[in-house]
Design a protein. Structure first.
Lengths: 410, 410, 410, 410
């Protein structure tokens, strides 16, 4: 058994665990140290630190405190790592917690987080997904079963001070263009009590908390990329900015589609990673690396029969946008949702499928002025019935008796 | 041998061929009629109608007349097709012209077309790709060879008048927000002599030409989607808007990456399609179809070992954008280009590879405010050498003696 | 267009074409010469030289003259090739003849050729398969459609005298153990008029014909391997035994299952190959090569959802055999045939599917005394209906109105 | 957490565990009962019950007591199962024991078990494979790493009395043809103390032990099929012969090649399965099922770039055999072993790779009289270096300093 370097007790608050943090800052002390070549296990909370329960009430999704996210395990110091190196991480395996074999997916309220289709799903909803060995299914979304494409939504190394300052400056500049917007244009550092700075205490903690970047966006170091293909078995090359690298990780997903379009978001779970670390000295300059690169896993679910939906950058109101892939992908997703309703799914169930199944989202065309074209690839083998079009019309396999719990805004 | 319904003589101008057109308009007469269930062949010009030559001079790319594009073969009338139906198209095969076994890829001048990375490659460049059976390689881009993922960049049915008007209105509204922009925000109808309206002649031709939508953007009917996976062997369900459907196609590509980021664009070629058509009556309403949907081919090149590059929506100047997938994908592409230079490629060669090889572009994260995350999947098996990172540093396999012809703006 | 080095006129007898031969002998003169690095096309007859017709009568299969097979195109001399080299062959493409877009599959009479299941199908039967672009279907076997996995059943270099003598000696030794057996244990050289020795004439021809090895079995040089995966796009390394190598090929198949269990056998067709040749000097010793090795194509049909049937080495009479994979595979095939009858197929149709579709045959266990275990992998996506087992029992999709023509022995 | 119905303590003898057995007999009492639809875990010994140790001495492989194998967990009774039903088993997951993350591979002495290449490797050898999350590597076989294709080598239902008698009769008939042969032609029932009949005790135990079929060969019920693709995630349909079905399983493999050619055999391990059972009533007759059928897992290692070796049914002495796939596959394996020595592997290391890596063994041609053709598919991505042929000759990546422990016969 590999050693578990960071342990997590789901019954206690992540704030009580000094090997957890929820902000990015170079002053956060290493939670532990390893040698290049070591392999070890790391346990993690779910990204909310246990705020969401395995029940049929979406009130917890509606009322989630997003100032707390994401609870990360780390930072792990790697001896000999120096700025400019690449930290090579082999994800040898990932799993759920043995006595907690379930995950959640949700849509945040537009007033508290929102999401990709928040205009269409403005209120909080939640679905619970049970794990059956390598597979998952949901009591709230019948007719689908997937093999897990298990991955960390968030993983990366500590920034140095210069990078942190660049992050904070550019995000504040964007935020300031529309400070009242809901959802906010960016989540800026806040020095309040929700910041968990690991072992850092007292004045040093307060100073770092006031500067510490939020964990929400992906950035140069990787971070919250939510790339479904960065799954167990993959090999990742991370830029190193500080001595010791300071690798942190969390936000495990049992399965997710490209875009993580439901925001809350994938099938979120607590769990553990088994990883191995090594160094590629001076790798950033040698290979011209600015953001992480990676090689995907040789073991991923083989769902390769697809029904593909197209979307273009004309929005729901018919307005033409210029090569906007975000809008094009939204249209492709809305097209797929509409299609799935013909087989008996509610729109919320269809949206939950797109957020949790290993759907692919491709940037298919970005030069044919003025329309971007995006495609959503829906794997057909995840359904218990045939969803291909046919001359005998769509069959309503579902009778609508099951729904995704909704918690209206208060 | 299936019958060839539309023939093309590459030695004569497409304007002399009445079964060719280059605008979308419901008044364009059917070039020919078929029955549901028929299969047949259709020949096509390359998208520019022969403007680009198999030589080592990019002047033709620089000087291309984009008012002419795209030359389409059709419209083909399908008996019994009515508005609201789905036209089911099986692409049984696609090939190049036997005595023209080559294609071209290019970057347009920023002043005449531009492209995805036009700020980085503002001048015209061109690479020629030779076809060797199912494979292609280029005398201008050494060290790579791909199996063709042959597909039509452009295929779809005629719009009805109402849809045409919607297109023209929304695109003009966008154009009018910045009419002087280069490249233009949209290419609007122009009634000049470059419009080829098929069999339509005289006054009727002039009227339709003045209204006919340009073929550049993808739209609800499909059209210029440039989806690499809509390849030979795929089955596509197209919305029908007019009696007879009016299916047209062209802009064949021997190979292309997601996004067609070089704009001129894929490996462009003249060739033929062998297709079969059938009808799914009333299918648009039955299945809730607004844009085409399709099932990909069972025969596509198996390039499934990837090196994946990430990009986030912070632009080259360090400016933060809000969930902008277009910018994120641009960063991922620039990261890949930078990486490939370490192995000896020029930046133009690396860009040409990303435009022509079956790279994937995924919308990996679009909810983690404010950064979108896009990934570029570079298939490693297309290279004659190993491009994975290693502790012994990158090897310059290429000596720089070969380059991509460039034609400076005059 | 690559040059066509060997042309074939399907309307004339292969015996009139000096670039065709149907025996292996080192004295057969090269039909033509090429340089290493050349690519070119080669046309071929179907393996029987046109004996089987596109009709609904199996009499031609029953009456086939097997002394004539296989008609090969070649030998092609490669300048500089010497014994001990490896001849590297890239199969760039393969196709059918444009005005002959069909192929045949058959079961030989037990009295004239037999086959893998000849005890179960002792009389001649034939099915015709039409090619629709990259796909094939049969008017005699409804409900299935496959993408072609096109390959040469037979390809290899000329043996030298020593190897030829070894072949003849060992095969005669086997034949002599039961000379009266029907089908024969081996097909030995016969110097009669059915031998086609290419350009070789007169006394030299007669002498070589009397010694020339039949083309039926695969041998050290490759030859009639009938390996479905040696398909277009693959790269093969052939042992070279004579100066110039002398590469010959033929017996094209549009599609075939592992084992080619119907013997007549795959979907047999006339057609052409586009290949490239190069040399790996001294490669046999360097790499320890005795039989050809190859790398499969990056473009093959993606039929990867299978229903798998097991078979063990207990024969139909219940007799136990010792680790006999041949018998185990026969049981797996018989199990699959029985299964398919539950969906409405006749046994002959089911057998034709196993012979022509890209089924896999795996040697699953060969050490668990006394039973070998073989598995037959039946791709489920080739069927127009669902063939998985289910609680609602098998549905007879076919009404038995279509059958495979049978020609009783006279 | 699913309930663990059968627990195993690796520190105690399997003979002390009443939920274990090592013979097939209808009188063995059910170890436990479940309902259709239940999912649960089952722990297993390794097939030898712990006889082989994690060390560098092959004496334990040489001296193994094969009368004891295989120790199976079960039989599990499924309520409502009746003869003629199909028992549907979903393998939801399989894993190793947490404090025993290693497995073994070995070649038995020709005098005690033998194996596929026992004439070439007549003495006992052993390699130990460590598990690193989803991957394995060996201190005795450098340069390779695989993702696990974890599967039970042995799984199936209890025979009824009639089937048991048929097994015993046919195997004895074979055995009697050469009773002195080493290795034996078949392993017959022996009533001695090595038989473990589960809960059955006293006279009843002795009677059943004297009749109980050995677990070595695969048979109609499945049993010791050693099919690598019957891996976690697959769905299997087993014939039911007795009331309650009586499902037993064991002989877990972390990874194995087609044929399990090393006999001792795969990477053998102790571990657990998480399975779900359900019934397809009357399924044997409905679907014509005689042997199990199955659908492979959607999650298997993607090793799909292969170097393929051919073999024909001419044996090492040059003797011609008639369509003998066993011999043809042996030649393909020997060819691959010879090839791998060129890169620095010992023959024993190469043999261990073929036995443990996910190599495929295909029955490529079985009708081309007199030679069968078999192919061995060696996945190239399991090697840390490039094993493709090239003009610069093979490189000896290994220096021969590491070897596979050998224990000479005493």
């Amino acid at each position: 058994m590999p050693e578990t370097l960071i342990k997590v007790d789901l019954a206690t608050s992540p704030y009580e665990n000094e090997r957890i943090h929820n902000r990015w800052h170079p002053d956060i002390p290493m939670a532990c140290w390893v040698e290049p070549g070591d392999d070890f296990r790391v346990e993690t909370y779910d990204w909310t630190g246990g705020q969401i329960k395995n029940d049929d009430d979406a009130a917890d999704v509606r009322d989630v405190d997003l100032n707390q996210v994401h609870f990360l395990s780390g930072p792990i110091g790697v001896k000999g790592a120096e700025p400019g190196d690449l930290l090579v991480v082999d994800i040898l395996d990932i799993g759920a917690v043995e006595n907690s074999l379930w995950g959640f997916n949700g849509f945040f309220s537009k007033n508290n987080g929102g999401g990709f289709l928040t205009e269409h799903f403005p209120e909080a909803q939640k679905s619970i997904w049970d794990f059956h060995g390598m597979f998952t299914s949901s009591r709230h979304v019948p007719g689908v079963k997937y093999a897990g494409l298990i991955h960390p939504g968030l993983i990366g190394c500590l920034p140095d001070r210069k990078m942190l300052e660049a992050w904070n400056a550019r995000e504040k500049a964007l935020f300031d263009t529309d400070p009242e917007r809901v959802p906010a244009l960016a989540t800026l550092p806040n020095g309040d009590e929700t910041a968990h700075m690991g072992k850092l205490k007292g004045e040093a903690r307060d100073k770092a908390a006031a500067e510490g970047a939020r964990t929400v966006p992906p950035r140069e170091h990787g971070g919250n990329c939510d790339i479904k293909d960065l799954s167990r078995g993959s090999k990742i090359y991370f830029p190193v900015y500080v001595d010791g690298a300071g690798l942190s990780m969390g936000d495990l997903h049992f399965s997710q589609g490209d875009g993580e379009i439901t925001f809350c978001g994938a099938i979120e779970m607590a769990g553990w990673l088994h990883i191995k670390v090594s160094l590629l000295k001076g790798g950033m300059a040698k290979y011209g690396i600015r953001n992480p690169i990676f090689r995907p896993s040789p073991i991923t679910p083989r769902y390769d029969d697809y029904l593909i939906f197209e979307g273009i950058s004309v929005d729901e109101a018919g307005k033409q946008h210029y090569l906007d892939v975000h809008i094009a992908y939204r249209q492709a997703c809305l097209n797929a949702i509409e299609y799935l309703t013909k087989f008996g799914y509610s729109r919320a169930q269809a949206y939950a499928i797109l957020g949790t199944a290993p759907v692919q989202g491709h940037i298919s065309g970005v030069v044919d002025i003025p329309n971007a074209c995006a495609t959503l690839w829906l794997p057909t083998d995840i359904f218990e019935f045939d969803i291909m079009p046919g001359s005998d019309g769509p069959t309503k396999f579902l009778d609508g008796s099951v729904s995704v719990p909704l918690a209206p805004d208060l």
